[in-house]
Design a protein around this ligand. Structure first.
Ligand code: FAD
Length: 493
């Protein structure tokens, strides 16, 4: 089968691909989506199984108010279907935070609303003196009021370097080291300070950590439904094996279901898989191929899903960290050498809080995760599951007796469902390319490939922020550029 009737082909239907394709089609550009899975949404997928409903990967939106999804739903004319499960200003205590300071035997706890603008509960949790509190307050105020140019300057600093420069109290450093792991899946001594500051600000000003009615997967389903309603074509179970390059330009894709042709190909399969596998590095300048090979992947999360015959958690989200449990490069290297830590950070989500139908009556599904390497073959993952199980029992002593079934997942599952491993140690990334110094802000890879008609959409290119929001910002930017390029080509004909 060979088809030439498209203006654009989009590889992948995660938030990057789906947002780009649905905007292109809405703007009258005839678009084909080619998706390797038999479901849409990429990592942003919601599952319904055995009476339970839960999300496999993304669990918390940042920002809750003013995310790029809102803008896309507006343009599609389906604003009424944009339904956060919690309003950003919902004043219930939603997030429980457990913290153990070095030297404390036990964890101490606090609870917070969704928009984490008030530091007072942290002051109590961290057990700080007044001088330290004043320093934290000054730092947080500075963060909220920081001009954009100042944030741009932070592209070149790791968060660790920035916090040392600012001389913040250790309690705040420790929390932000945990935050780098939990919200960006990065270590504090690699993550770009500009990226972390932007996310922190959004959490404080626009809310963070919320969910959507029907789960994150609903967002992808609505975008794809509108895409098809507007005349777009989607094929699933169709892995793109090759992106066709002719006379230095992208002209189509080859799949087991046939070859499809279009003057524009947008890949959301990731820059490294696109350049090194789908196109082939021989089509690129050697320096560009080397640049792509040298890009640093983000880290991953490994999860345990607990299917419980009675509820054990009463908040929406529960996070736990200790001064010894967040991972920086030194601790990561120790873990790689085989020293599995006794304690890990935990990020736990209770879907029933958002949606009472998320579990059969009287039951509960909890998803718990911790940071890990993106390597699908990482040896430490099973060791981490054991520590996570042990820690879950520490926080919920009744969980073991209540567990009907557990599911374990890690970078191998993430890679097989979404992103091909084309370089050693890469494939299971949460966000895509690492949000690290040298790859963020002005150094973020461009959405335009150095091949005519080839673009990258998704978290690898062109945008900043938390995973799904960043992917849709990138998809939106690519849709704008593709519109320009097609109009320019038309004028030249
Ligand atoms: C464990 C975990 C937790 C996360 N938590 C959050 C969170 O709380 N909040 C948040 O905002 N983000 C979170 N993220 C990140 C978020 O899921 C990603 O940033 C986002 O999904 C990336 O979107 P994307 O479109 O760039 O890529 P993906 O979602 O990976 O989509 C890529 C698509 O391309 C398809 N594809 C790939 N190769 C081919 C091919 N050769 N042919 C055809 N199709 C192909 C894939 O099947 C997939 O559908 C999390 C991710 C993980 C793994």
């Amino acid at each position: 089968m060979e088809d030439t009737s498209y203006d654009a082909i989009v590889v992948g239907s995660g938030p990057g691909g789906a947002s780009c394709a649905t905007l292109l089609q809405k703007r009258g550009i005839r678009t084909l989506i080619v998706e390797k899975n038999d479901f849409v949404g990429g990592k942003m997928v919601s599952i319904e199984k055995d009476g339970y409903a839960y999300d496999l990967f993304p669990h918390g939106q940042v920002p809750m108010r003013g995310s790029q999804f809102e803008a896309i739903f507006d343009e599609l004319g389906v604003r009424d279907e944009f339904e956060p499960a919690l309003e950003p200003d919902d004043d219930r205590d939603i997030i429980k935070i457990a913290y153990r300071k070095r030297g404390w035997d036990e964890y101490r706890f606090t609870v917070q609303g969704q928009a984490m603008a008030d530091p007072t509960p942290f002051f109590k949790l961290w057990d700080m003196d007044t001088e330290a509190e004043q320093k934290v307050l000054a730092f947080m105020t500075g963060l909220v009021t920081m001009p954009e140019e100042e944030i741009d300057r932070l592209d070149d600093l790791t968060m660790h370097e920035y916090l040392i420069e600012q001389d913040v109290p250790f309690e705040l450093y420790s929390y932000l080291a945990f935050h780098a792991n939990a919200s960006l899946a990065e270590p504090i001594d690699l993550v770009s300070a500009s990226e972390q500051v932007r996310i922190m600000r959004q959490m404080m000003l626009q809310g963070g950590g919320g969910q959507y009615k029907g789960g994150f997967g609903t967002l992808a389903k609505v975008m794809i439904r509108e895409f098809e309603k507007n005349g777009g074509t989607m094929i699933t179970n169709a892995r793109v094996e090759k992106i066709v390059i002719e006379n230095g330009a992208a002209t189509g894709v080859v799949t087991a279901q046939g070859t499809f042709r279009a003057p524009i190909v947008v890949s959301s399969a990731g820059i490294q898989p696109t350049v090194l596998k789908l196109v082939g590095e021989e089509h690129f300048d050697r320096s560009y191929a080397n640049y792509v090979k040298g890009l640093v992947p983000g880290w991953a999360f490994t999860s345990v899903r607990y299917f419980l015959d009675k509820p054990v958690m009463d908040v929406a989200m529960y996070v736990a960290y200790a001064d010894e449990s967040w991972i920086d490069m030194e601790r990561f290297i120790r873990m790689k050498e085989g020293h599995i830590p006794d304690e890990v950070i935990l990020f736990m989500v209770n879907h029933s809080f958002y949606d009472e139908k998320a579990a059969p009556p009287g039951k509960q599904v909890l998803v718990s995760g911790t940071i890990c390497s993106p390597d699908p073959d990482a040896k430490e993952i099973e060791g981490l599951w054991k520590v996570m199980d042990k820690q879950m029992q520490r926080f919920f002593p009744e969980i073991w007796a209540a567990t009907e079934r557990r599911e374990y997942a890690g970078p191998r599952e993430i890679s097989s469902l979404t992103r091909d491993a084309v370089l050693p140690g890469q494939g299971g990334e949460c966000v895509g390319l690492g949000q690290v110094v040298g790859q963020c802000g002005r150094d973020k890879p461009s959405v335009t490939a150095p091949i005519r008609g080839l673009y990258y959409a998704g978290t690898d290119a062109g945008a900043a922020g938390m995973g799904t929001h960043q992917a849709t910002l990138s998809g939106t930017e690519v849709a704008r550029l593709v519109g320009h390029e097609l109009r320019r080509r038309q004028k030249m004909q």
